[in-house]
Each structure stands twice: as structure tokens, then as C-alpha cells.
Design a protein around this ligand. Structure first.
Ligand code: NAI
Length: 218
């Protein structure tokens, strides 16, 4: 059980623990010491202990962690067993790639609808889900009660659509639209994704390495 006020940065590390533990589980590892887990993940053993202690702690002195138990427990903490309903808005290049390649079920979701305003895309099958007309979005939400919306629409369309979706009961956004929803909806869970930010960070880091090499040469 989570202690109160677990920081978002701890929560953000949990999926990574979960992913590493799945790899260990698949490779047949039964238990792992906090030292080995930390070396594998590039974190300190004390960081891992601190993170897991937020949820009561799972390791045993001298034993380490039981991989399966910890994997399942972190999955439970994340709520991955819940199967919440997700809808995707914008069946363009990005939307289709996400619908086709994201393993929703292992992340606690089921993709129940895809919507687009372009009539040419309506009716198209994307990974077993038919694209619906976004004009039908409101009535779909009323009868299906989706929990979260994935926004793969242009920035200009996001504000109005988000407003309507919140009215329809959407409680979380996985937002690729470059429109910052966090300020408008402090009580809604928003995960903004900007792949470009990560690429710019990479640019900075590559530049830094180059500067370091030049400094060392001179
Ligand atoms: P796209 O043009 O292929 O697809 C956008 C789709 O949204 C179109 O099918 C369009 O008909 C639909 N659409 C527009 N307004 C709508 C509305 N009100 N309701 C329902 N559907 C609507 O564009 P692409 O490449 O799929 O990118 C989608 C958006 O994601 C773009 O705005 C792009 O800037 C952004 N993007 C964000 C990334 C990120 O890391 N956050 C990475 C790549 C793209």
C-alpha cells in the first residue's frame, strides 16, 4: 500500500522497474539483490530501497527481491490490472502508429475507440478498431464511459476537444498534441509527450561530449 504523498518522480520510475523486472522474469531470474538490480538499472541501491519503501518495502535483508512478487506488486501499484478504457483522437500517422504498436493491455488499458474528423478515414480498420467519425464522440462517451483519451490531433484542435472530453467524463489525457492541457485541467491526469524534447536533450548531450573531447585535446 502506498504511503501518502508519494512523489510523482517516484511514480515515474515505477514503469521502468516494472519493465526491468519483466525482462528478469522472462530470463528465468527468481531473485535479485538490490545491488544487482541497481547496477542493472543505473540507480543506487539506496534509491531503489527508498522508492520501494514508499509502498512498504519489498526486499528481505540478505535475500534481495523476489522478482515475480516485486513485478506483480509494482504492477498492482500502477494499477495495470485494471483495464481502463482508452479512446484515441486523430487517426493520422502518429495516431495509427500508436494504435497499432502500443501494447495497451500490458499497461492497464484497452483501446475501445478511434475517432477522426476526416471522413476519408472513417471506417478504416486500425489494429482491429474501426475509426469512427468524431461527430459521434459525445454519444460514444455517454454509452461507453472511456476513462482516458489519447490526443494525436493538431494543437489547434486540442483545446476544444479536450473541453468536450472532460465534460464527457474523461479523467486522463495521454497528450501528444503539443497543446499544454496541464494548466487548464489541474484535476485531470495529463501526461504530455513531446518526443522532440527528448531529441533536443540528446542534441545538447552530444554537443557537450564533443566540447569535452575538444577541451581534452587542447
Ligand atoms: P496527421 O495530420 O497525420 O494526423 C492528424 C489527424 O488528426 C488527421 O487525421 C486529422 O483528420 C485529425 N484531426 C484533426 N482535427 C481533429 C478533430 N478536431 N477531431 C478528430 N480528429 C482530428 O498528423 P500526425 O503526424 O499524426 O501528428 C498528429 C499531431 O501530433 C500533430 O499535431 C503533430 O504535431 C503531433 N506530433 C506530436 C509528437 C509528440 O512527440 N508529441 C510527435 C509527432 C507528432
Amino acid at each position: 500500500m502506498a504511503k501518502e504523498n508519494v512523489s510523482l518522480s517516484v511514480i515515474r520510475r515505477l514503469p521502468r522497474y516494472h519493465r526491468f523486472l519483466k525482462e528478469l522474469l522472462d530470463s528465468g531470474t527468481v531473485r535479485i539483490s538490490s545491488g544487482d538490480l541497481s547496477a542493472k538499472m543505473g540507480l543506487t541501491a539506496s534509491q531503489i530501497r527508498q522508492d520501494l519503501n514508499c509502498f512498504g518495502g519489498f526486499g528481505q535483508q540478505g535475500y534481495g527481491y523476489n522478482v515475480k512478487d516485486l513485478y506483480e506488486e509494482i504492477g498492482r501499484i500502477l494499477g495495470l490490472d485494471k483495464r481502463r478504457k482508452a479512446i484515441l483522437l486523430g487517426a493520422g500517422n502518429l495516431g495509427r502508429a500508436i494504435a497499432l504498436h502500443m501494447d495497451f493491455s500490458s499497461r492497464g488499458f484497452e483501446l475501445v475507440g478511434i475517432f477522426d474528423s476526416n471522413p476519408a478515414l472513417v471506417g478504416m480498420d486500425v489494429g482491429g478498431v474501426q475509426v469512427s467519425d468524431s461527430a459521434d464522440l459525445e454519444s460514444f462517451c455517454k454509452s461507453n464511459h472511456p476513462d482516458v483519451a489519447i490526443l494525436c490531433i493538431p494543437k489547434e484542435a486540442a483545446k476544444a476537444l479536450a473541453e468536450m472530453l472532460v465534460e464527457c467524463g474523461i479523467r486522463g489525457f495521454w497528450n501528444f498534441s503539443h497543446y499544454d492541457l496541464t494548466l487548464d485541467y489541474p484535476n485531470i491526469a495529463v501526461e504530455n509527450v513531446h518526443l522532440g524534447d527528448s531529441l533536443s536533450t540528446l542534441c545538447f548531450r552530444v554537443n557537450e561530449l564533443e566540447h569535452d573531447r575538444i577541451r581534452k585535446k587542447n
